[in-house]
Structure formats: structure tokens, C-alpha cells
Design a protein around this ligand. Sequence first.
Ligand SMILES: C[S@@+](CC[C@H](N)C(=O)[O-])C[C@H]1O[C@@H](n2cnc3c(N)ncnc32)[C@H](O)[C@@H]1O
Length: 266
Amino acid sequence: MINDLHLGNCLEILPTLEENSIDTCITDPPYELGFMGKDWDSAGISFQKETWEAVYRVLKPGAYLLAFGGTRTSHRIAVAIEDAGFEIRDIICWLYAQGFPKSHDISKAMDKKARKEREKTDELLPGHSEGRNRTFGTNGIGIYGEANESVAYKTIPATPEAELWEGWGTGLKPAHENIIVSMKPIDKNYVNNALKHGVAGLNIDGGRLPTGIVIDPFMGTCTTGMACVLEDRDFIGIDSDEGYYEISKKRVAAVRKIQPQIKMDI
Ligand SMILES: C[S@@+](CC[C@H](N)C(=O)[O-])C[C@H]1O[C@@H](n2cnc3c(N)ncnc32)[C@H](O)[C@@H]1O
């Protein structure tokens, strides 16, 4: 199981792993926003305490769970994590500031309702440039996001109402995501926990030492796994999507070409 990637439902695979055996879970679960119309992003799995209970069971006492979450739904993920028994310890903010706003243009919608055509100008809308426009954040994250090739230009309002509402939208530019930092409660005290289970607290510098097993039950295209490969960590990756699973295998194979000694067993 260790240093292997698994194709399947994490709720079925996690119960097959040994209890109290994993040192850390670092995961980017579905944000439950219906990302790009994908079914896996609206099934509610991240909001269920049963999901995090399955993660809790495999983690050692004192082990940390770091779960990414979008600004609109991370609070619900945090509640499910807490309900599963974890202690919420902190929130890390991943600041990227390059997000592309998914906002409804009220002025344009008014013209559309009035069936009036808006005159196009040659001035680009903010955030657009000639060439490739990438979407990030909750509209598409890193490698599994898809490029947005469209380039949008400013248009002139066609009705007085649309002119009054020009510039009004319904969403902010995504600029950060939360990383929920939580811990499975310790066994008695930190000293006992460290001696008995080999995990206790946080040590940012020491954490870079190549020890411990990391699990990602929602590995997607294996970004956490890639970090583990580069840091020489043991890793267990799970994803239910065959396409992402195949990309993950290709990423590992690509690293193996330059680092043939990597631990990943695929
Ligand atoms: C936000 S994406 C992870 C992206 C990843 N961080 C990356 O670098 O590509 C969430 C992933 O959870 C997976 N997923 C959703 N439900 C799942 C389930 N029940 N079991 C396993 N994986 C699941 C999806 O297929 C998707 O790849």
C-alpha cells in the first residue's frame, strides 16, 4: 500500500489501511463548488464527518491533517473535520492573488434581458490579455485546472439601466485559499505521544527530514505525492478519477527518469 497510488473511492480504500499507521495527511479535497461541472465536486464528501473519521482512524495520535479549502466552503470542511474528532489548531492562508473572478455582470444581464446588443470596444477587460489566459483558484487550481483561452473586451451598455449598473458584479477576485491545520488528539501527553507514536507537535525545520508516511485521499494529479517524492517521503495516494490517476502515474514516471531511486512503487 505504501508508496503506491490507488484508483478508487477513498471511503472504500482508507478502511483497508492499518489503524494508527500514518504520520500526516495533506490533502486538497473537493471544495464542493461544482468545479467545471465535475460530479466529484458536488457529492458532499468533504462536508461529511464520516470522510474525516476514515482519515482519523488511519492517522497516528498527534498526527496532523492539513486540508485545503476554498474561501466559500472551507468553514464547512473545518466543521466536518472537527466533528470527526480532530482538534482545529490553525489556518494557513495560501495567498496567490492571481485568481480570476467568476462574477455575474449585472449590467450585461440587464441588456440581455432587454434584448439589446452591446457595442464591443477594443479595450480588454481587467485580468485579460492577448494570448493565453489561465484560470486559477476556485476556478481551476494548478495542473488539474483548465486554461481559459477566451479574451474578453469591454462593451458599451445599451440601455440606461445597464449604464447605471455598469461595473457591478457578484464575486470578488479569488486571492487566497485556507489550509485547515488540525491534529488527531495526542495519547496522554506530548512526551508519551512522541516516544510511543513518533509524532508530536510541529517542527517546521525538522519536518523537512525524510521520515514518516504521508497520505492524500484526494490526490488528483498527485501534487502532494510529487512533493513527497522530491522530499524522499513515503506516500499513499488515492483518487477515484481514472484520468487524474493516469496523470499522477505519468508525473511519477517523469520524476523517475531524473531520480531513478525514488521510493514510489509504480
Ligand atoms: C481538488 S481535487 C485535488 C487536486 C490535487 N491537489 C492536484 O494536485 O491535482 C479533488 C480530487 O478528489 C477526487 N475525489 C473526489 N471524491 C473522491 C472519492 N470519494 N475518493 C477518492 N477521490 C475522490 C477527485 O477526483 C479530485 O481529483
